[in-house]
Structure formats: C-alpha cells, structure tokens
Design a protein around this ligand. Structure first.
Ligand code: Z16
Length: 794
C-alpha cells in the first residue's frame, strides 16, 4: 500500500495496464520501452489531477492573491521521476514494473529532457514552480511551448557542433492542450488618429497546461505554456490560383514564433523574432490574467490585491506597457489609473550585471513591431523623467534605444537581485542612479534550488543516510540539515556519508565507461565544473591548472599525487567564438592527458557532450570538488554551487555570487577560497597590462601558455591557440592570469585535504549541514513575504 495515495501495487498495475491497452493501443507482449513509459506517465499523471483540481478550488474559495511567474525559460528536465517521488509512488511503480520485467531506470531514462531554457535562469524558474507547489502558494508559471528546446551539443574533433533538439517529436504525456484558451496576439500595423492600434499581423496563442505537483502531493499549480497558431489556416484564394507556397504563408509565420528557444544565455540577441517571442508570451499571459480576474471581480482597482506578477529578467518587461494598453484600450481605464494598477502588480528580478546581457531595442524596431507600445513607453519615460528630474542617462529611451532594464525597474513595485553580493552591486553600479531615485525598491532574494529533485531524487544514497541520521522530513524543512552538525564526531555517520559518495562515484564511473569508454579511478578527487561555457565563468582557469598538473605529474610521477578526475560539462552559445575555443582546448587537452601512460590514473579529463539537467543529476551526487571560479562580481548568484553543497561536495571558489553566502553558511574553514574580491577586481582592471604583469610574475603560468602555444595539445595544427594565448597576455578580460597562482595554491590544499579521507568526510558533512538555507522553499517564502504579499493555502 502506498501511504499517500492509498494505492496498492495491484491497483497501480491495473491502471498502467489500462493505459497500455486503451491509451497506447498495445498488447503487453508487444509493448516497447516507449509504450511502458507513456503508460506509466499517464497513470502517474492521473494521480496529480485530484490535488490539482483541489488546489484550484481552494484558490477560488480563498479569494486570495495569485502569483504569476513570467519567464521566457523553464528548464524542467525530466518529469516522471520527479512526479513519482513527490506523489510518494516510487516504490509502488518500481514493484509493478519489476513484476512486468521492465526496468524503472530504463523507463525514466527514456524520457527526453524538457530543455526549454539555457541555464541558471530557466532552471531557477523550474525550481520555483516546484517550491510554490510544495508551499501551496497559488501560482501560475507562464512560458513558451518551444517546439525545439536548447540545441543538442555534439563534439566533432573536439569542436562543438549544434543539432536541433526535438523533444516534441513524440507525444508529450504531461501536457493538456486547451484549444478554448486562446488569445489573439497582434503585431505591426499603424496607429489611427491619436492612438488606436490597427495591427497588420496576428497570431493565436494557445494554452498548453502542465500540472506541477509539490512534495507529498498536497498541492499542484499550473505551468501554462503558449504555442503559436495561425489565425487563418491558409489563403484559399492563393491555393486555388496554384501558389501553394504563398497559400501556406500565414501558417508558416505563426509557427516560427514558438519554434525555437534562443540559445544565448547572457547576451542580448537583438533579433526581431526574439522581440516578438517576448511580446507573444507577455501579451498572452496578461490577457489570461485579466480574463481570470474578471471572472471573479469587476473593479480593476483591486487588481494589485489579487495579482502579483514576477518578471523573470527583462525578457517579459513589455508587461508594463502591455498591461497599461490592455487596461486602457480594451477595458476603458484612463492613463493614470492604468499605470498605477500596472505598477502595483509588477515586480522585476535582475539576473546579471554584464553589460552585454542588458536588453535594448531600437526605437525604430519597437515602433515598427509594436507601435502602440512604443507610444506608451515614451509616455512612461516622460513621466519618469519629469517626476524624478533625473539625469539623462537614467531615461528609458536614450540614443534611440529602449532600455528594458530601466523600463522594468520603473514599472515595478519591487526589484530584486539574486544574491546578497549581486544586490549590493546592483545598487552600487548598474542601477545606482535608479536606486537613488527609488531607494525602497531594490531588495535581495538569494536564489535556492529544490531539494526534492536535487537531493532526494538524484541522490538516494545520501538521502538515506540523512533520514537514518536526523530522521524523516528534511525534504520540506531543509534547515533541519543543520542537525547533522551534532553528528560530526560520530565516525559511523562520517563513514556513511563517505560510502554514499563512493557509491555515486562508482555509478558515474560505470556510466562514463559505457558512454565515453573511459575508466575513472574512484579514489581520485572528482573535480567538476558544469555550467554554460562563458569567459567570465573561467573554465580557462581550470584548463590552465589541468595543464600545469599534467606537466607537474609528468616531471615527477612518484611525488605522491592525489589522483584527479577533471570533469567539464556545458554548452556555448553558437555564435560565441571565444567560448567555443575553450571547449576545443579542453577536448584537445583531454586527448593528450588521457593517453599519456606516464600520468595514467593520476589525472583524467572528461568532457561528456550535451550537458543538461539529467546529466547534472548524475554528476552532482558523485562530485567531491565543486568548481565555482568566476571572476568576482560577475556571477549574479549561481545555483549549481548550491546543488553541490547539498550533495556533500566541497567548493573551490571565489567570493562571487552566492558563493559568499555558501561560505558563511558552511563555515570558512570548510570552503576552499581563492582569488580577488569584487573590489580588488575593480581596481585590477585599472592597471594597464594587468595580465602581462601577472604572467611575468608566474613562471608556472608562463610554462602553461608556452606549452599551449607550442602546440603540445594540437600537434597537427600548432597555431590553433595562438589567438587564445595572445588574448591571455594582452587582454584577459576576466583576470584569469591575475588569479592563477592563488587558484593553484588552493588546489594544492585540496589535494592535501582529500588525502585524509576521514577528514574530508567531516568537511563534507559540514557542507551538507550548512546547505539548508539554499532550499528554494526559503527563497519562495522570501518572495511571498517581501514581494508578493501572499500566503500559503495549506
Ligand atoms: C541566466 O541563466 C542568468 C542570467 C542571465 O542574465 C541570463 C540567463 Cl539565461 C543566470 C546567472 O548568470 C546566474 O548567476 C544566476 O544564478 C541565474 O541566472 C539565476 O538567477
């Protein structure tokens, strides 16, 4: 019997068999893995429906405020395992499938990742959805139902090659299509008279709903993704006249809108189609929000009491002008009321201070694609400038560009950063002027991750140790992990933590040998850097250290080295040349190092292609050392860093983003700190020739650069990395050279610490014990209390 669902294995077996038979139309002897996965998924989904309906009923009854999380990205990953776990069905499903001779692991593996996001920002949105359901916070996620998520990465001779991702090439068992929930989204055209918009292009946004069930199945919210559909199927006149291509034009136009996710993570693509995607999501969401509001209330003055809208970065920042437009043009409110109400509902989260990421649109493009919005933006800007008498550089529109960060800030009740350091830097740098004008607006909400997926589901071995040690219930009260601290002197607990890690490392080794044909030494430090490829994240620093280590081992193989496995994972934006060069260098270095009989087991470099959410779930539990080595001041928060800490990895890191708070929580003596602080970084940039100076001061780094430029890792093409080495000497925009020696010194401390296994397990215990703060439940409670003013309905 399953406690939560009161469902016996036999009852579930019958449900699965029914789906196999009647939904899939398959007889058991002929059922494929796919058929089984679909039958299991539908059976699990059926069990979410009741809590889902109940949540909707309670929300209506409570007449409370709803949260609407608008995001161009939701990086969900696989759904089945997560849903089974949250419903408490894992063992029951396992029993049933065992009886049928089907492997649950294979069934789970068969599901494609829903990769509707690039990296941290999209994964954060997915963690937030799960936490909002766990906390019974009435909420909707709104996003785009991309037919193609983030590209699939392959390596060809070490170089990244992008292939289209195709998750919707097969039925998606977790969604409910809602043909009746449909809105018209308009583009282009002109303004009649003063401001009556006559658009010339329209598409429909159609809703596709996914239930998101929280821990223990007590509540489920909805993720509503919009798919674009043509408003006229095809032009029959054109078809009849024989022009079959022109006849299909309206349909082709609509389909491109939700076709593909833009693969840039922290750079602004500036493309017209991207602007259209941003507006498509924003307008569909707001029309849906107003329709739902009007089904319960009739006075828009109440909207801010019933609706909290969160803009995930500036991508949905058209929400300001669009809400004003809908309230005025569709519902007859006057300007002042419309603007006041919009401002009362909207909030904005900033996720980066990198200048290249800050979105701008030319007034020309904005005026052509969204003429009415351009007019509204001008009006918002005029009032903003008049009311604040601000300097010209704080304007929304300047030099014929619309600055979306400023627009989002001006139209938001609350603006938040994603770590304490990042929020401080927001106030001091990019948003200092606006912060001066609106001093109560900026606040911090340090990111978090869901411990259900990132600990309980992905690391059953450690989860069991935790439950055995501190008792059940930590999954929904992660601060309780601090109780582990009272067991730090208990050798059995330290051993159990070490044994769980070793178990996960062996599982990863098996996977690596199957998938990559490489054997990993389980006695080595598993040293992992997995994240998008970006110069500021400094994968290059890690490769340089790897090269140094290889060379040092070669010159003295008997020096008692602590063995290392260096694991890299991550994709580069397709047009990001410098990041792609680093990918190639890692693969080239791997090739040399892994085939060097002198180093043998002492050093391996592994870079599995196509890092994604499911690969993260495999790697993180098996990690000893988490690489969080960005240039201080550049990483807004990081969230991978938190997942590693929860899973008992130690961090080697800079004082950047949430690393600062991780170090505070776990204790400075349990964290491998190196490098300049954000303030030191700022000063360092002022020194001309900072890189050259640092390199001349570091014989080790000189040797590393020399080996690269000599072609030791590209013997068939010795000039391959001349550009990279030259840039390191002369530009080094993220201060790799300046932090190199400090990084090296701390890596040596890691080697020493790891050599004492019991000591290392103690450090791991303290990291796990200190990780409770990084549950996204804590983050969401912060948003509910400080930004949304909403309450849990449980
Ligand atoms: C993104 O993933 C992030 C920032 C951004 O402007 C765009 C994208 Cl796609 C990341 C930050 O780089 C990272 O530090 C942070 O942890 C994450 O957003 C979530 O806040």
């Amino acid at each position: 019997m399953n406690a939560m669902n009161d469902l016996s294995a036999e009852a579930l077996r019958i449900r699965i068999t029914q789906h196999l038979t009647y939904t899939l139309g398959k007889d058991k002897p002929h059922a494929s893995l796919y058929d089984w996965r679909m039958a299991v998924s539908y059976s699990v989904r059926d069990l979410i429906i009741e809590p889902w309906f109940a949540a909707t009923r309670k929300t209506y009854e409570a007449q409370g405020k709803r949260v609407y999380y608008l995001s161009l990205e939701f990086l969900i990953g696989r759904i089945l395992g997560d849903a089974m776990m949250n419903l408490g069905l894992f063992e029951t499903v396992q029993d049933v499938l065992e009886g049928e001779g089907v492997s649950l692991a294979d069934v789970i593996e068969d599901e494609p990742d829903a990769a509707l996001g690039n990296g941290g920002l999209g994964r954060l949105a997915a963690c937030f959805l799960e936490s909002m359901s766990t906390l019974a916070c009435p909420a909707y996620g709104y996003g785009i139902r991309y037919e193609h998520g983030l590209f699939r990465q392959l390596f060809e001779s070490g170089r990244q090659v992008e292939h289209p991702e195709d998750w919707l090439n097969q039925p998606h068992p977790w969604e409910f299509e809602r043909p009746e929930a449909r809105y018209t989204i308009s583009f282009k055209g002109h303004l009649d008279g003063q401001s009556v918009w006559q658009p010339s292009e329209t598409v429909y946004a159609r809703a596709y709903d996914m239930p998101v069930v929280g821990w223990q199945g007590k509540w489920a919210n909805t993720l509503r993704l919009w798919g674009a559909h043509p408003t006229e199927l095809f032009d029959l006149e054109q078809f009849n006249s024989g022009d079959h291509t022109a006849a299909a034009a309206p349909e082709a136009l609509a389909r491109t809108l939700s076709r593909v996710l833009y693969p840039e993570d922290t750079t602004d693509s500036g493309k017209e189609l991207r602007l259209k995607q941003e507006y498509f999501l924003t307008s569909a969401a707001l029309q849906d929000i107003l329709r739902r509001f009007l089904s319960e209330y009739d006075d828009f003055a109440q909207l801010p009491d019933k609706v909290a809208i969160q803009m995930n970065d500036t991508h949905p920042a058209l929400a300001g002008p669009e809400l004003i437009r809908l309230l005025m043009d569709e519902h007859g409110l006057d300007w002042n009321a419309a603007k006041r109400i919009a401002l009362g509902c909207l909030n904005y989260t900033n996720h980066t201070l990198l200048p290249e990421a800050l979105e701008t649109w030319s007034t020309w493009l904005m005026g052509r694609v969204l003429p009415r919005h351009m007019q509204i933006i001008e009006q918002i800007d005029q009032e903003h400038r008049a009311a604040t008498k601000c300097a010209a550089d704080l304007a929304i529109v300047k030099h014929d560009q619309v600055h979306m960060g400023t627009l989002a800030f001006v139209m938001a009740s609350h603006v938040n950063g994603v770590s304490a350091l990042h929020t401080d830097l927001m106030k001091e740098t990019v948003f200092s002027g606006l912060h001066g004008l609106y001093p109560a607006r900026v606040l911090n909400q340090t990111n978090g991750v869901t411990p259900r997926r990132w600990l309980r589901l992905s690391n059953p071995a450690l989860s069991k140790v935790l439950t055995d040690t501190i008792g059940a219930g930590w999954e929904s009260d992660l601060a309780r992990l601090s109780e582990l601290n009272t067991f730090e002197d208990d050798r059995a607990v330290r051993d159990a933590i070490g044994a769980a890690k070793r178990h996960n490392k062996l599982a990863l080794s098996n996977w690596a040998s199957d998938r990559l044909g490489i054997t990993l030494n389980p006695d080595a430090v598993f040293d992992v850097q997995i994240k998008r490829m970006h110069e500021y994240k400094r994968q290059l620093l890690n490769v340089f250290e790897t090269i140094h280590r290889w060379s040092a081992i070669r010159s003295n193989p008997e020096a008692g080295w602590t063995p290392r496995v260096k694991i890299f994972g991550g994709k580069a934006a397709p047009g990001y040349f410098a990041a792609k060069e680093i990918i190639r260098l890692i693969n080239d270095v791997a090739n040399v190092v892994n085939n060097d009989p002198v180093v043998g087991d002492l050093l391996k470099v592994v870079y599995p292609a196509n890092y994604n959410v499911s690969m993260a779930e495999r790697l993180i539990p098996a990690t000893d050392l988490s690489e969080q080595i960005s240039t201080a001041g550049k990483e807004a928060s990081g969230t991978g860093n938190m997942k590693f800490t929860m899973n008992g990895a130690l961090t080697i890191g800079t004082l950047d983003g949430a690393n600062v708070e991780i170090r505070e929580q776990v204790g400075a003596e349990n964290f491998f700190l190196f490098g300049m602080t954000a303030a030191e970084v700022r000063d360092r940039y002022l020194i001309e020739g900072h890189a050259r100076t640092a390199i001349l001061d570091s014989p080790t780094l000189q040797d590393v650069l020399q080996m690269i430029v000599e072609g030791r890792f590209s013997p068939e093409d010795t000039d391959r990395y001349n550009g990279l080495v030259d840039a390191t000497w002369n530009h080094d925009p993220f201060l790799v050279a300046s932090d190199f020696d400090s990084y090296l010194a701390v890596q040596a401390e890691v080697d020493l610490a790891f050599a004492d296994e019991d000591h290392w397990n103690r450090l791991a215990l303290r990291n796990i014990a200190g990780s409770g703060y990084f549950s996204s439940d804590r983050t969401i409670k912060g948003y509910m209390a400080d930004i949304w003013d909403t309450r849990s309905l449980l």
